[in-house]
Every structure is written in structure tokens, then in C-alpha cells.
Ligand binder design. Structure first.
Ligand code: FAD
Length: 285
């Protein structure tokens, strides 16, 4: 299986993020989405991890399925939440034993009380554990605006630089202007870090849902982006079309700026990603 860190040395990567299905209906949708996106030949796909026992089973099942039934390279996410160190070690060992070569190591967000336990405090410690257990291709999360819990962007960049020193590459939280990626990369370079930072792309297909998601991740959707989307008025199709156009423009700017790859948050749907590929001329759809 490909190591993403090796792929990044040879050129740009294109990748998708999925979340593990919670029921049969979501499973059917994910299966359809993977099948629809396979012709785009992603360099890798990543699978989120909410935390706790059920997440362990669900994420593991999806990555093993992808590994066994497609030629796509899957990368599981793993968070520090709701597992003691030894259990995180077991999970990482299980991923290695299954033949997985890539891991996205995360701090994670708190779960409800009964699963709020956290022995490792930060993603950086999880990177160290995964490295010790044999992973040679380890990704981490980067937050272009700074993590919402950080006192300021400078402090966040300092922690991110230390985390990236230990890891191999980063994937960002979603954002809407190329300048945000450029500023992140420049500020890391000033701290001596030049590892690849892959922008995460969230196509807006619905204004209310992106605002909800932005709120959850502690990031405000910029006013100019909202103003553009509001031009679609009450017509959901018009709003969606504007959202896809904005995502195409952002991807185009990012590619021109020399990004090492593009990572699409698919929410387990394929249409928006396929439309952006088509808009960018990446495939003749
Ligand atoms: P960390 O790197 O641990 O940072 C968390 C906070 O602590 C930051 O404010 C940081 O500046 C600070 N910090 C870091 N190190 C130190 C230190 N040594 N001392 C003091 N402060 C420090 N969440 C999920 O639950 N599941 C997922 O699958 C998932 N996938 C994601 C994928 C991507 C690409 C991204 C960008 C985010 C994802 N998230 C996911 C969300 C993520 O878990 C949250 O943003 C979480 O709050 C922080 O995770 P992190 O890995 O950035 O944390």
C-alpha cells in the first residue's frame, strides 16, 4: 500500500474524506459514493474517528472494507479521546497488522461525560505513539485560523509546528480564501517547518448546514462568502450552484498557489466533489 508521505514527494495528491456509517441506509450511501468516486482515482481516502468503542469498530470496519474491496489507499483517523494509552496502542497495532501504512493523528473533541476520558492530552503525543509502533506516514490536523481553543494564532502555530516536526504532513480544517492557506504555510516556514500542508475543501451545498458545521468547528464563514451565497435567495439549487462555483474558484487559486494536494470533505456524497473535479478540468465528466 502507498505511503502518502512518499506520494507527496512525487507530486500533488487528490483525496476524499468519509465518515463511518451508523446504519444500513448510511452504509448503502457510502458504498454508492465510494463506487461513484473511484473513477476519479483518488490518491487516498480518509475515514473519521469520533472516539470510543463504537467508533473503533466502525472506522476499522470501513478502512478494512476499502482495503479489501478497492484499490484505494485508506487512512484511518484516530483521536486521543475515550481511550487510555494502552488501548490507543492496541488500535494502532491493529491498523498496522491489517496492512495500513497511513494514520491521521488527532486530539479530538470531547464526547459526552461517560466517554470523556483522555489520557493523551494532545495529538502530538499520539503521533509519537504511532511512530513508535511503526507508522512512517503520519498526518495531523492544521487550523488556518488557529484552533478555536488556542489563546491566539501565534500560540497555535507554535504547537502546530512542534506537532508537524514529529509528523509527516498536515490536512487543514476547511476555509474559503487562498490567503488563509498561504498565511498558514508562511507562518510555519518562519518557524522552520516546510512539511506539506494539504488544504481541506468543504463545498457549500446548503448555507444553514455549513454555518452549523462552522459553528461546531469554531470557525465563522466569512461575510463575503455568505453574501455571495445569499444571491441565490430562496432557491436551494441556485445556492448550491454558487457554492460549487466558490469551491472551484478556491481550488483553482490553491492549485495556482502550489498546494501539495486537495482533500475534499465529501460528507459521504459524491456529486459536489465530481462537479468540482469537472469544473477544474481534472476529468472529462
Ligand atoms: P491538537 O493538536 O491536540 O491541538 C488541540 C489544542 O491544543 C490546540 O489549541 C493546540 O494549539 C493546543 N495544543 C497542542 N499541543 C499543545 C501543547 N503541547 N501544550 C498546550 N497546548 C497544546 N475530530 C474528530 O473527533 N474525529 C475526526 O476524525 C476528526 N478529523 C479531523 C480531520 C481534520 C483534517 C481536521 C482539521 C480536524 C478533524 N477533527 C476530527 C477535529 C479535531 O479533532 C478538533 O479540531 C480538535 O479540537 C483538535 O484536534 P487537533 O488534532 O488539532 O488537536
Amino acid at each position: 500500500m502507498a505511503r502518502i508521505t512518499d506520494l507527496l514527494k512525487t507530486g500533488r495528491t487528490f483525496s476524499f474524506e468519509f465518515f463511518p456509517p451508523r446504519n444500513d441506509e448510511e452504509q448503502a450511501r457510502l458504498t454508492r459514493t465510494i463506487s461513484d468516486l473511484q473513477p476519479l482515482q483518488p490518491d487516498f481516502v480518509s475515514v473519521t474517528y469520533r472516539g470510543g468503542r463504537s467508533s473503533r469498530e466502525r472506522t476499522t470496519r470501513v478502512v478494512i472494507d476499502i482495503l479489501g474491496s478497492t484499490r484505494i489507499t485508506p487512512m484511518p483517523h484516530l483521536t486521543c479521546v475515550a481511550h487510555p494509552r494502552f488501548e490507543l496502542g492496541e488500535i494502532i497495532g491493529g491498523f498496522r497488522a491489517a496492512g495500513l501504512e497511513n494514520l491521521l493523528a488527532l486530539g479530538g473533541d470531547p464526547l459526552p461525560d461517560e466517554e470523556s476520558y483522555q489520557e493523551l492530552a494532545y495529538a502530538e503525543e499520539l503521533v509519537g505513539l504511532a511512530r513508535m509502533l511503526g507508522f512512517e506516514s503520519i498526518a495531523v490536523a492544521a487550523h488556518p485560523a488557529g484552533h478555536p481553543k488556542s489563546p491566539d494564532r501565534q500560540t497555535d502555530r507554535k504547537h502546530l509546528a512542534a506537532k508537524l516536526q514529529a509528523a509527516d504532513f498536515a490536512i487543514t480544517q476547511f476555509f474559503f480564501h487562498v490567503e488563509e492557506w498561504q498565511r498558514l504555510v508562511d507562518e510555519l516556514a518562519a518557524l522552520g517547518i516546510d512539511k506539506p500542508v494539504i488544504p481541506g475543501i468543504m463545498p457549500i451545498t446548503n448555507l444553514a448546514s455549513i454555518q452549523r458545521m462552522a459553528q461546531l468547528s469554531g470557525y465563522a464563514v466569512p461575510a463575503d462568502v455568505i453574501a455571495q451565497l445569499e444571491k441565490g435567495g430562496d432557491d436551494p439549487q441556485a445556492v448550491r450552484r454558487i457554492g460549487i462555483e466558490l469551491a472551484c474558484a478556491l481550488c483553482s487559486d490553491l492549485l495556482e498557489a502550489g498546494v501539495p494536494g486537495l482533500h475534499f470533505y465529501t460528507l459521504n456524497f459524491s456529486t459536489a466533489t465530481r462537479e468540482i473535479y469537472s469544473g477544474l478540468g481534472l476529468v472529462t465528466a
